[in-house]
Design a protein around this ligand. Sequence first.
Ligand code: ADP
Length: 447
Amino acid sequence: MFEKVLIANRGEIALRIHRACHELGIETVAVHSTADAEAMHVRLADEAVCIGPPPARDSYLNKVAILSAATITGADAIHPGYGFLSENADFAAMVEEHGFTFIGPTAEHIRMMGDKVIAKQTAKKLGIPCVPGSDGAVTDPDMAKKAAGEIGYPVLIKAAAGGGGKGMKVARSKSELLEALRVAKAEANANFGNDQVYLEKYLSHPRHIEIQVLADSHGNVVHLGERDCSLQRKHQKVLEESPSAALNADQRQQIGEIVRSAIQKLGYRNAGTVEFLYEDGKFYFIEMNTRLQVEHPVTELVTGLDLVREQIKIAAGGTLPFRQEHVRFHGHAIECRINAEDPETFRPSPGRISTYHAPGGLGVRVDSGLYGGYAVPPHYDSMVAKLIVHGASRNECLMRLRRALDEYVIGGIDTTLPLHRRLVREPDFIDGNYDIHWLERFVGLSR
Ligand code: ADP
């Protein structure tokens, strides 16, 4: 087992990884920008190294600074968290070349799934059902017209290097296609430095359902059921739950087994998530994330497993201590992502926390680096806390979530807590009756 792990991230996920390490008796190294000197993960880590100024490109994305920090502190392994360098294949390769263990998949698998065109082709070959779409990238207008004609309108133009919901454009008819293609290519180039795009059938009322997997380096793979992440704003997840109200036990078992066996054939290792859109009883692959996800606690609460602990043990060469038939699902879990944003305009609201009181009690978990007096810096993602609640049934979970949201006090800045409080009282949400467009309508109507 490792003796010291460097955490190449910040915020709640850095704290989450620190906790898993300490429970395994592993020391931690926090790296941080000058803006994060007072952050909770920096305070709790055994050692801390400042790796640069506030902009992420100079600190949390600075590969050389992070590797230097690992060298001077004598770390054995690096956990990248999510975002930042977690899906950067070059970083994963550099980490290993410098003699550290990357707590995640191989650089080859990260690279393969990072190109969404290749990822889709791979998924298809492995027997995973995909969204109908262009066969690979579309390079010119004629090719786009031909592909869109075959797929049928509306079509969605997506960036091969896409992520974070950026660079997607809908074309509802032939007349919209060329302009949408031009804008999508320009956005893809501006955001990802790669203008390659591909086409997909635009699904009108799908749910976003994803399957969590864990794989060791000895060929053992388990799936840990699904998360329903359909409540999104601008293609960004806002609330996630497991199990999905849309699936029955047979459907869950079927899609889980398709994913499990595909991941085994792929020879993948560590944690990963295969994302699908689900419409009219059918699953359609959209992408695979080769890292820990923000919403992983939902799976932890229903399976009783610590995913970060398993990631660390797998990276250290361990064998998964259980098989698929040992995985049990208990009750229901929901996660609310709480952002430092105006709950109506969604404008970021960084600043100093005046009062802070987190909810507690049975079945309530808060993953957050917030504390009274802490100043939320303006330089990073606005998510500042995750409230995750478990109950024996979906109804119990909802009742508990309502009271936990009502208890939560974050003073001094605006947060999206009021949005979540409204959401959990909304009949459609209570009935589990929503698709990926539902939240945008809800937010639009309630303005
Ligand atoms: P990213 O990597 O940018 O997050 P994804 O491919 O995971 O992109 O898609 C993000 C979200 O965009 C999905 O959860 C869904 O809401 C929407 N989306 C993606 N593909 C389609 C599609 N073919 N039809 C309708 N919505 C889609």
